[in-house]
Design a protein around this ligand. Structure first.
Ligand SMILES: [Zn+2]
Length: 60
């Protein structure tokens, strides 16, 4: 029984599921769109470093 990526539909490698049992994204989609397990990044909707830069820009 395999699990398919929620974004591209490709089969997620068993090694990745072993490492991240709750993931629904393959490595490529996790890299491009952020991991579905990183809820904070999903809430922010942007890269965490970009968010930090934005906060710094607002404060300065
Ligand atoms: Zn994918």
């Amino acid at each position: 029984m395999g699990r398919h990526c929620e974004l591209c539909g490709k089969l997620i490698p068993k090694e990745r599921i072993d490492a991240l049992p709750k993931t629904n994204r393959c490595l490529e989609c996790a890299k491009e769109n952020g991991s579905d397990l990183d809820t904070r990044r999903v809430d922010i909707g942007m890269d965490r470093d970009t968010y930090r830069d934005l906060l710094g820009a607002i404060r300065s």
